[in-house]
Design a protein around this ligand. Structure first.
Ligand code: GLN
Length: 481
């Protein structure tokens, strides 16, 4: 499947040379071959091969359409916090075990309309809280490149579905780096769109002012096509922006001669792993070689991103997760009276990290602490957003940085939650500022993938893709060596 890109599959399907049924059969066989099951890489929380086959057979009826769908016959894996009608949506949590949504997320509806075939619900850190996909109620997902290591997270299952060649495209979600960081750890492409670019309707809310659906692709083109299919205004999401979506997969136009690339010095600290720095330097040299102008810039409030993120995100999570109370959804455990039922349900249904975030979030929002923590964090968040605005206003088109401070770490290696939170030092800023960002492979260290990150101004994904296409092409096989 890895050699079969979304563009190839769509063209072959539209021309009648490949049937969607054959493609689904190949994906199922590939999942078996790589050991995607619970006792193997543990990629999926739910897969219904019969249903995937049935959906594939409906694609044949569309071949006569004048406009074949943009993802006609392309299987797409979906993170388990995105609502689907035909499969359960559990957010990797016991509290939603077996829960089937009565409605479907806009992004899934758009995938179906584009002719894509939803292929399984992927494993994730519970409620998307985490950076390793070790903290799912359904067990950890493993990195296909080195199965004793994590795939990154929280969208680890979706990253592995693409990295192991089961599907060319997968949907994930981003609150602080959950698509870009696992993309970096697994050697694939991961995109977080501008806040408001993609509908959140049907994405189970974690931190609503940060959350966006993101896309994984085996290549920049696959990811661009995936985003193109789901982006655009949705009246069902009041934060969705009514801004025209350009064609992202104009891959032939990867001219970066007039591009100004900023290197924010805060993302290249003295403590940066020297091997990761070396690969970033080599990537920047390539961009220079293609004619791009490269200059150092500064985003002075970068080091405040993690403290701010870990106040804002838990605050919103504590409010959003109040709905899982044993009455409205899925799991319930009886206790002494109503209050006892709430306590029993929530203390058993939520795992330790989710519980920690709810406690932290409730605390920073409580009377007497709100001003000291939550309000202050929101003020600093504005400073972080202003940093980006200033740099982009000064004529810089895109920023280039490392995606993560390390390569994939061994499963079980990070037990301190704070150390885990630091995985997102280079990614959480984009969510706080709302700007688009993406990770693409730029080489390997000790056999493990390293990602480079491009960030752009609000709604300027097209320029970000142009830079990424150019770099991907210039690096060629080096990106995976
Ligand atoms: N790792 C971060 C967290 O644990 C980001 C998660 C995400 O983007 N969903 O909150």
């Amino acid at each position: 499947m890895t050699s079969r890109s979304a563009a190839f599959l769509r063209a072959e399907t539209a021309a009648g040379r490949v049937t969607a049924k054959e493609t689904v059969k190949t994906a199922i066989a590939r999942a078996q071959e790589v050991g995607a099951d619970r006792d193997g890489l543990n990629v999926f929380v739910w897969r219904d091969d019969e249903d995937a086959r049935a959906q594939a057979s409906t694609i044949e009826d569309r071949l006569a359409d004048t406009q074949p769908g943009a993802l006609l016959g392309v299987p797409v894996a979906i993170k388990d916090n995105i609502a689907t009608l035909t499969m359960p949506t559990t957010c990797g949590s016991r509290i939603l075990e077996g829960y089937v949504s009565p409605y479907e997320a806009t992004v899934v509806k758009r995938l179906r309309a584009a002719g894509a075939i939803p292929f399984g619900k992927t494993n994730m850190d519970e409620f998307a809280m985490g950076s390793s996909t070790e903290h799912s109620a359904y067990g950890p997902t493993k990195n296909p490149i080195s199965p004793d290591r994590v795939p990154g997270g929280s969208s680890g299952g979706s990253a592995v579905a693409v990295a192991s060649g089961i599907v060319p495209i997968a949907l994930g979600s981003e609150t602080g780096g959950s698509v870009r960081q696992p993309a970096a750890f697994c050697g694939i492409v991961g995109v977080k769109p501008t806040y408001g670019r993609v509908s959140r309707f049907g994405l189970v809310a974690f931190a609503s002012s940060l959350d966006q659906v993101g896309v994984f692709g085996a290549t920049v083109d696959d990811a661009a096509r995936g985003l193109g299919a789901i982006a655009g205004h949705d009246p069902m999401d009041s934060t969705s922006a009514d801004i025209k979506v350009p064609q992202y997969h104009a891959s032939s136009n990867a001219d970066v001669k007039d591009l100004v690339v900023g290197l924010p010095k805060e993302y290249f600290p003295a403590s940066l792993d020297p091997e990761i720095r070396r690969l970033c330097d080599a990537a920047v040299d390539r961009l220079r070689g293609l004619g791009a102008t490269v200059k150092e810039v500064s985003l002075p409030h970068t080091d405040l991103a993690i403290p701010v993120y870990y106040i804002v995100a838990p605050a919103e999570a504590s409010s959003n997760l109040a709905r899982f109370d044993g009455v409205r959804y899925g799991f319930r455990l009886e206790g002494d009276g109503l209050r006892g039922m709430y306590e029993a349900t929530r203390s058993t249904g939520f795992g330790p990290e989710v519980t920690r975030r709810i406690l932290l979030g409730t605390y920073v929002l409580s009377a007497g602490y709100y001003d000291a923590y939550y309000r202050k964090a929101q003020q600093v968040r504005t400073l972080i957003a202003d940093d980006f605005r200033r740099v982009f206003d000064s004529g810089v088109h895109v920023l280039f940085t490392p995606t993560a401070p390390s390569t994939a770490f061994p499963i079980g290696a990070i037990s301190d939650p704070y150390e885990m939170y630091l995985s997102d030092i280079f990614t959480a800023t984009a969510n706080l500022a709302g700007v688009p960002a993406m990770s693409l492979p730029i080489g390997r260290v000790g056999g493990l993938p390293v990602g480079g990150q491009f960030l752009a101004s609000h709604f300027d994904e097209a320029r970000m893709f142009t830079a990424a296409y150019a770099l991907e092409r210039a690096l060629g096989a080096e990106a995976h060596a």
